[in-house]
Design a protein around this ligand. Sequence first.
Ligand SMILES: Nc1ncnc2c1ncn2[C@@H]1O[C@H](COP(=O)(O)OP(=O)(O)O)[C@@H](O)[C@H]1O
Ligand SMILES: [Mg+2]
Length: 276
Amino acid sequence: MSTLLEFRDVSVVYGASHALQDVSLTVGEGQIVSLLGGNASGKSTTMKTILGLVRPAAGSVWYDGQDITAWSTPRRIAAGIASVPEARRVFPDMTVEDNLLTGAHTRRDREIRRTLSEIYEFFPRLDERRRQRAGSMSGGEQQMLAFGRALMSRPRLICMDEPTMGLAPIVVERVLEHIARINAELGVSVLVVEQNAELALSVAQRGYVLRTGHIAIAGTASELLAHPAVREAYLGQASDPDADPLALAERIARDAQELDEAAAAGGDTADERKGE
Ligand SMILES: Nc1ncnc2c1ncn2[C@@H]1O[C@H](COP(=O)(O)OP(=O)(O)O)[C@@H](O)[C@H]1O
Ligand SMILES: [Mg+2]
């Protein structure tokens, strides 16, 4: 398997503090790789470094055989790197379709409409809701929209920063199914930051554990799942301290409503897919 993304001894410094120290990692073409680690261990910094939003103080970032360390963010996106930032961040007052179109802003070609219909085919729920205000959708649907927006740039690699944060457990499973489908059906490689190690490693082939800015453990998904330190660290995981409890409660209520609707319609996304 060829390497799509590689960090070679990357260090990132914010002021006087080291956020990443000599981090080396790879994402193979076609792989799902999971990035685990506690709060402030450097997971988001890793994602931002891939996107070029943060510059390494030392080391290099390689993509598709090229040293991209000095590349701008737009150049990276044009080359096939996309991101799903933390906390979904869809534009709540824009429609689903307008949100999707913002994902194509680096593309100049006339294929944007075609990509849009491909995404509607891939996520029929977004098609049904294309005129709906994004902010009025459930958490699971907003995450689907964030994935759709990332897919609009026709990426080869998507970096996902905690895509399941604040979602009800049943919706979390569905989001992970979407990640697996994006990988298997569209051939997109995925680097995913996820708090739930067990779930993340159930869809990933490999994983890394960051601890205070350095790679503490690396291995295949089954090696990590069996690792005592991973098992210990991911029992009783703390929730996101920055989460707004009211917004969270609203999202959970909408998730519950979505699940009720799905049950009333007599199916879930898995069933919809079989019927296609
Ligand atoms: N813009 C910034 N300025 C200064 N320090 C930062 C900044 N962003 C992150 N940090 C620090 O860098 C470390 C890693 O942060 P981050 O990558 O966000 O961790 P994680 O995503 O694993 O929670 C933390 O100690 C955090 O406080
Ligand atoms: Mg983070």
